[in-house]
Structures are given as C-alpha cells and as structure tokens.
Design a protein around this ligand. Structure first.
Ligand SMILES: Cc1ncc(COP(=O)(O)O)c(C=O)c1O
Length: 389
C-alpha cells in the first residue's frame, strides 16, 4: 500500500491552459485545502465559485455516495426522481420560470440560452455588455468581451454586439428588432467584480419586453446564494425571461441549468440536448447543496458576513495608495488595485490564502458560502497587511 501520494511532474502532460499556481492539492476540509507538502490554505476562491459548501462536505459526500450506488446515468428521454426533484426545487426558487434544461457547465447553459432565444424569436442577434464573461465555447465566447479570451479564436459567431453598462442611448440603439436576446451578469465576475446598475438593468428589461427580446440573466457565478440573495437579479427586482446557472449549484460537481418559461420559449424536441445533462449524480449533488443552503440559512449568512467583510476592507484600505476601489456584494468581493494583482495573489498564497484575479488589476474573493467570520477575518487581515506594509 502506498503511504505517500504518488505525484509525477504536474505540468508535464497537462494542457497548461489554466496557468499553474505551483501547488498540488490533495484534499480539502471545510474552507481549507491541503497540498502535497501538507500545507493548509484557506480557499478564498471556492475553486472559481464552485465549492459553495467548501470541501469534503459530509452531507454532499453522502448524497453522492448514495446516488452513485443507486443510479448514475439516466439520459434525458427517461425521467428520474432526482432530476424531477431538482427541477421542482429550481422552478420553486425561480418562479414564474417553470422549465429547466440541465447540462454540465456554465458555457453550455449560456450556449443553450442563445439557441433558445434564436429559435424562439427567429432573430439572430445578441446584445451583451462590455466587460462580460459568458464562457469559452464559440457561442458563449462571442458574447464574452475580453480580447484575451477571444482574439486567438476568430472568426467568432456573427451577430454579437457589446454595449457599455450605463449608456442608455447605446442600449436603445443596439436593441433593434433583429435582436433575439440581451445577455447580462448582474455582477460581472471575470470583468472585475462590477455590480451593474439596477436602473440600467430595469430599463434594459423594459425595452426587451417592448421589443420581444429575451432578457437573459447569466447567474453562473452570481447564482445560488453567492451575492447574499439566491440570485443576483433579485437585488434589482428584475424578472428575467431566462436564467443560466452552473458553478455553485453542484457544490463542485459539474452541472449547468437554464430556467425559462415553457409558454415563452419554443424549441423542437430533439433540436437541443446533452448526453450527460441532468444525470442523477449531479442532480443529487445540486439537491444536497440547495437543501444545505436552506437548512443552514447560508444565504442570509453570506449577506451578513459579506457586508461585514466589505466594510472591513473599506475601513482598513481607505488610505492605501495602491487600492483604487473596494466593491462587491455577498461573498463576491473585488479589490481594484492601481497595479497588477498577481504579485499580491502570490504573496497571499505564500501565507496560506488562495485568492483570484478578475482582469489584471482586481483581486477577487469568492470564499465558500459557509466560511465563518474568523476565517474571513484572517483572510482580510492577511490582505490588509500585504497591502499596507
Ligand atoms: C458569468 C459566467 N458565465 C459563464 C461562465 C462559464 O462557465 P464554465 O466555466 O462552467 O463553462 C463563467 C465562468 O467563469 C461565468 O463566470
């Protein structure tokens, strides 16, 4: 029996697309992960927002184990009790949206939403926002804004326009009668943790309704409690026609979902689908996540502690010359610097704290939704010490 983990060269055969951070993570417990040297790190990333319940969560593990021994695969043309339960739960949360398409990732959810909007409206154009990140498959990538993600892969899908959030004139001009959907993140994550103004989104929704355009919320990062409400659009009292989910929904298990209204969206049977989508294993994971959030009151916990954390940074970093802005909502916090954030991320990693970037100059925090105040306070103290030294 092996007593020590067998580890080859971790970069030798990896595609290398993600950029290696120099750690091999072997296990996790709560908000912490442990690397191959036995060093523990607070996971202020939730692995890009997916580990919503942290790592090694007993309830999630038990749900997966039970389901794995019961039924893992069940193609969409057969019903399954776990899938039906999950769809019921999601439609209760997202009412009046009453239909759920299940897939495996955020980009697939966005891709499905674009196709649904095109098929429903008979129009081909998509309007998205500058700064947007919607995924990396070609349709979703065409809605993504940043050159770093797009430039090597042209020509992208035609019919995508980006307008600057807040510019109502540009919005009005862009939302023509050729537009199938307006696609937005309530808070842009990858784009720098930027909260999109509620009045702007309400006006976009009004124009969409008036012109028969589907109003589509990409809640892949903001959804499932991340912002201190179950969905980010609820902060602005919006009523999206379509909602895309992924990341935190599965607690680390791959799943994506698109919610819509059956009477509004038309897609012929067989015209879209996913082999793995809606498999009972990922549905069991999502059910365990949703049940845990509800039972433990974690969405309110995120709202309260997120606000406290934001105020802690505002207070402590007020006079820091390198800090341009502190912003965010719930457990989605960005610290915009006047310099690149990568050296700060590296210094924090050295000290045992994993954090993310959001664009070149924003430090992004996406801790697990069940992180405690002492854990968050330790993270905040380390960040402030690094920035104020
Ligand atoms: C808002 C948003 N949409 C879509 C995606 C794509 O999700 P995935 O990486 O699961 O394809 C992401 C991923 O970061 C995201 O943040």
């Amino acid at each position: 029996m092996t007593t020590a983990p067998l580890i080859g060269n971790p970069v030798q055969h990896d595609a290398g697309f993600a950029g290696f951070r120099g750690l091999t993570l072997l296990r996790g417990e709560g908000s912490f992960v442990t690397d191959s040297c036995g060093k523990r790190f607070f996971d202020g990333t939730s692995m890009y927002g997916v580990a919503s319940l942290g790592h090694g969560h007993a309830g999630l593990a038990a749900a997966l184990s039970t389901q794995a021994q019961t039924l893992i695969s069940c193609f969409g043309s057969f019903a399954n009790n776990r899938r039906t339960e999950l769809q019921l739960r999601l439609t209760n949360l997202l009412s009046p949206l009453d239909r759920i398409f299940l897939c495996n990732s955020g980009t697939e959810a966005v891709e499905a939403a674009i196709k649904m909007a095109r098929a429903t409206t008979g129009r081909s154009q998509t309007v998205a926002l500058t700064g947007a990140f919607h995924g990396r498959t070609l349709g979703a990538l065409s809605a993504t804004f940043r050159g770093l993600h797009r430039d090597a892969f042209g020509p992208l899908v035609t019919g995508f326009t980006h307008v600057r959030p807040g510019d109502l004139e540009a919005l009005d001009a862009a939302l023509s009668d050729q537009v199938a959907l307006f696609l937005f993140e309530p808070v842009q994550g990858e784009g720098g943790v930027k909260i999109i103004d509620s009045n702007y989104l309400l006006e976009a929704q009004r124009i969409c309704r008036e012109r028969g355009i589907l109003f589509v919320a990409d809640e892949v990062q903001t959804g499932i409690g991340r912002t201190g409400l179950m969905f980010g659009y609820q902060h602005a009292d919006l009523e999206p026609d379509v909602v895309c989910l992924a990341k935190g929904l599965g607690g680390g298990v791959p799943i994506g979902a698109v919610a819509f209204r059956g009477e509004q969206v038309n897609l012929n049977g067989g015209s879209h689908g996913s082999t793995f989508g809606g498999n009972p294993l990922s549905c069991a994971a999502a059910l365990a996540v949703l049940e845990t959030l509800e039972r433990e009151g974690l969405v309110a916990h995120v709202a309260e502690l997120g606000d406290r954390l934001l105020r802690r940074f505002e207070r402590s970093l007020r006079d820091c010359k390198e800090v341009r802005a502190v912003r965010g909502i719930g457990f989605m916090i960005g610290i915009e610097l006047s310099v690149a954030s990568a050296p700060l991320q590296r210094a924090l990693q050295e000290r045992g704290f994993l954090t993310l970037g959001a664009g070149p100059r924003v430090l992004r925090l996406l801790p697990p939704l069940n992180s405690t105040w002492p854990e968050l306070e330790d993270l905040a103290e380390a960040i402030c010490q690094e920035l104020l030294q």
